[in-house]
Ligand binder design. Structure first.
Ligand SMILES: [Zn+2]
Length: 417
């Protein structure tokens, strides 16, 4: 296993394609990459996808992004509840809970950035549901601008004291770091950096993070998002302290069952996470194990090799499935990132996962030319979408699609002799 140098669809893509083209990162603007044909690897080892398959993935991503663009508020955010004010024709269903707009906006932006669209993108895409041409670059610009207006003097993007404060903050910071990494625009540098500083300050010394800064409690889920933001900042040339990564790894180790590689949520052996009355019927998945694998891969891939491998085995024993009480886009996204890093694009773990992932994502995405919900994912079947609503479900669906299609198409993987 050779760990990928970068974490996210957007950044992996930028640097990978830039390296192939001999072009410094971020100099081309997003749409050049978004519309780019499959690049030929210098050594001819690129794992080519069949053009029909590639086309299917690109269409599914574009249709998801069009739904997101159609439901963005004029101020730039995505709402968990009032997205349906923007519907074309009959209103889309699937409201989420109040107070989650920062995180959902961050995720929606990551979905655009992951497809290579930045605030500089000029290309126009026709939306058949409104008969308007949409400039994704404008959508991204408005979203980032709104997030930055939310940031306080300490660098925090989230509502202070909100239930999921550090979640929201970490996702927003990740979006800003990716926007900066893709474009190197000074517009985002200070905001991204101060977001990272707020994360670093909020860490429990030598451990991880939980809902509020430095509260003494830790959980693997919030810790995973914080590490994603820090890693993105690090590879974008921002300052992300080493002690943060070391603490996160110490936390993940503390909650890992050494015999199986299974990672707990708030303690070793904590299995199913649920909210009573909301999602206790859903099956448990190895989401925390996937997040633990990513932390290990980013921080100490050699030292943690055996545990990462054990985690990969758990994930492939529980591949994505579009079935009742099994849909969990949060798991699908993190599982995809972890397994792609593990042995993508040619390894058997990734291949098995990816096959199931594509089937599940395509069958669960709304495909209906006569409905405004076309391109989105329904809320009811998804384990966690009751919190973030249709915009959340759709952003996560697109993000998982991007790992499946864009990384495999454009990131050549290790050289073969
Ligand atoms: Zn709608």
């Amino acid at each position: 296993m050779s760990p990928r140098p970068l974490l996210h669809a957007a950044l992996s893509l930028t640097l990978a394609t830039s390296a192939l083209a001999g072009d410094p990162a971020g100099q081309q603007g997003g749409d050049a990459r978004a519309t780019k044909a499959l690049p030929a690897a210098p050594d001819g080892t690129l794992p080519l996808m069949h053009p029909d398959e590639q086309d299917k993935g690109a269409k599914a991503v574009e249709s998801g992004l069009l739904w997101l663009a159609r439901h963005q508020d004029a101020e730039g955010f995505w709402s968990t509840r009032t997205f349906d004010d923007h519907c074309a024709g009959k209103e889309c269903s699937g409201e989420g809970e109040k107070g989650n707009n920062v995180a959902v906006t961050g995720l929606a932006l990551l979905a655009f950035l992951g497809a290579g669209h930045t605030h500089l993108s000029k290309e126009l895409v026709a939306d058949p549901h409104t008969d308007k041409a949409v400039r994704f670059g404008e959508v991204v610009k408005r979203g980032l601008k709104w997030l930055m207006t939310r940031q306080d003097q300490d660098g925090c993007f989230a509502n202070r004291g909100g239930m999921r404060m550090m979640y929201h903050h970490a996702v927003a910071t990740l979006a800003l770091c990716e926007a900066y990494g893709l474009t190197e625009s000074q517009l985002f540098k200070r905001s991204a950096q101060s977001g990272l500083e707020f994360i670093a300050e909020g860490q429990n010394p030598g451990k991880g993070w939980r809902y509020t800064p430095k509260c003494g409690d830790n959980d693997t889920s919030v810790t995973g998002w914080c590490v994603m933001a820090l890693r993105s900042g690090d590879v974008s040339g921002l300052n992300a302290p080493n002690r943060c990564f070391r603490g996160a790894l110490a936390w993940v180790r503390e909650v890992t069952d050494e015999d199986y590689g299974r990672v707990g949520y708030t303690a070793k052996g904590t299995g199913k996470v649920m909210i009573l009355g909301k999602n206790e019927d859903w099956e448990h998945h190895e989401t925390m194990t996937a997040m633990g694998m990513l932390v290990r891969t980013f921080v100490d891939p050699k030292g943690e090799k055996a545990t990462i491998e054990a985690g990969a085995k758990l994930l492939v024993a529980d591949v994505p499935e579009d079935a009742r009480f099994k849909v969990d886009s949060y798991y699908w996204y993190y599982g995809s990132l972890a397994l792609y890093q593990f042995d993508g694009p040619d390894g058997k773990h990734w291949k098995n996962w990816n096959k199931a992932l594509r089937t599940a994502l395509h069958s669960s995405q709304v495909d209906d030319d006569d409905s405004c919900s076309d391109g989105s994912w329904d809320v009811a079947p998804d384990r966690w979408a009751f919190e973030g609503g249709r915009a959340y479900a759709t952003a996560m669906g697109v993000l998982a699609l991007e790992v499946s299609y864009r990384l495999q198409a454009e990131f050549p993987g290790p050289k073969k002799k």
